[in-house]
Design a protein around this ligand. Structure first.
Ligand SMILES: [Zn+2]
Length: 363
């Protein structure tokens, strides 16, 4: 830890603390100073077991409670868009990372500072590199190197959800599908075999595909199988010998990653299919009793999560996990990114109430 690490005062209210976190710039890959500040502040509390793993900071209580709740938030942001330092105007706080997701991190830090004696053991995970390629993801690294630190009976990921509950998450598979032919001069095209033309039937197949909707725990998860990019062609006078379509399959959480791959391979049967990435979905787990307790406490609408989030990493260990955070997803990654101060305060109140109410006593 460097001597110059900025200091965080966890006695501030959650909105001021959000501002402090936002003002320590932490674009993916540059989380060091913020991680140092968080680590120092958590250690200073004196009652938590603290672990540093790269630029992820983990802290937990070990009081022998029957159940453990894990709270997780990434501390990196997308590149700054001339939107630092933060600024509070009216009921909003503006700046890079206010919504995604330093307001969530601030709530976690406030809970760590104030809940010395919760009804559950609590693990706080602050991690790096969420906004970049999956192989850099700090939570993935923690899962590989300190797997037992992820364990709990419920995980809440405080990504922006606008204060409502977003259950589970879709899986996402990327694939490249290739057609090949024979290159030739276009003036003597009968000597060649056009790979771009061959792609036509595959695109028609994609266009005609009727994606499924799966209802799980009463929530609708709509799927999608789409071409997202196409490459092909050599020159204006050449019959192309290769064409590649990039496909993205967003799938419902009741499909495993293997099922999703099988569907895609079957769909393009007879063609050269290369799976380039496949991140599994997460089931909503709304039938889980502790999840039900949590949902009752939050008492806000609950919807299916569209998109992939790190709840999937908990789900992979059979830990029920849900997205609930004070930021607003529609404002994430925008120059005018902001969060509502009332939602930040509400998230802190709600989580504190949940964590201090004994299991089964949900209002
Ligand atoms: Zn995020």
């Amino acid at each position: 830890m460097t001597e110059r690490a900025p200091k965080l005062d966890l006695r501030q209210d959650a909105v001021s603390l959000t501002a402090s976190l936002v003002d320590i710039e932490s674009v993916s890959g540059n989380e060091g100073p913020l991680a140092d500040a968080i680590e120092a502040a958590l250690r200073e509390l004196g009652y938590l077991e603290v672990l540093r793993c790269g630029d992820a900071v983990l802290a937990r209580t070990e009081t022998g409670k029957d159940r453990r709740v894990v709270l997780a938030g990434h501390i990196d942001t997308v590149p700054v868009a001339d939107n630092l330092p933060s600024e509070v105007r009216g009921e909003r706080i503006y700046g890079c990372g206010t919504s995604d997701m330093k307001s969530g991190d601030a709530v976690m830090l406030r809970l760590a500072a104030t809940l010395r004696d919760a009804a559950y053991d609590v693990t706080y995970i602050f991690y790096d590199n969420e906004e970049v390629a999956a192989d850099k993801n700090g939570l993935g690294r923690v899962a590989r190197e300190y797997r037992h630190w992820l364990y709990g009976d419920l995980a809440v990921v405080l990504e922006p959800t606008d204060g409502i509950l977003e259950a589970g998450c879709q899986g996402t598979l990327r694939a490249r599908v290739r057609t090949s032919g024979q290159r030739a001069h276009s003036a003597r095209s009968w000597l060649g075999d056009n790979a771009i033309h061959k792609m036509g039937s595959l695109l028609t197949r994609l266009q005609d595909y009727q994606p499924e909707t799966h209802v799980i725990d009463g929530l609708e998860y709509r799927e999608g199988l789409n071409a997202v990019r196409i490459d092909g062609g050599v020159a204006g006078n050449v019959i192309p010998d290769e064409c590649t379509v990039h496909v993205n399959f967003r799938y419902a959480p009741d499909r495993s990653a293997a099922d999703a791959e099988e569907l895609v391979r079957g769909f393009f049967e007879g063609h050269d299919v290369e799976i380039t990435d496949n991140s599994p979905a997460a089931l909503p787990a709304l039938g889980d009793p502790l999840m039900q307790d949590f949902v009752a406490h939050v008492d806000r609408p609950i919807v299916a999560k569209y998109g992939w989030t790190d709840v999937s990493r908990f789900s992979a260990f059979k830990i029920p996990a849900i997205n609930y955070g004070p930021g607003e997803p529609n404002l994430a990654h925008k120059p005018e990114e902001s969060a509502r101060t009332t939602l930040i305060e509400e998230a802190e109140r709600t989580l504190a109430a949940f964590l201090t109410t004994p299991y089964g006593d949900a209002g």
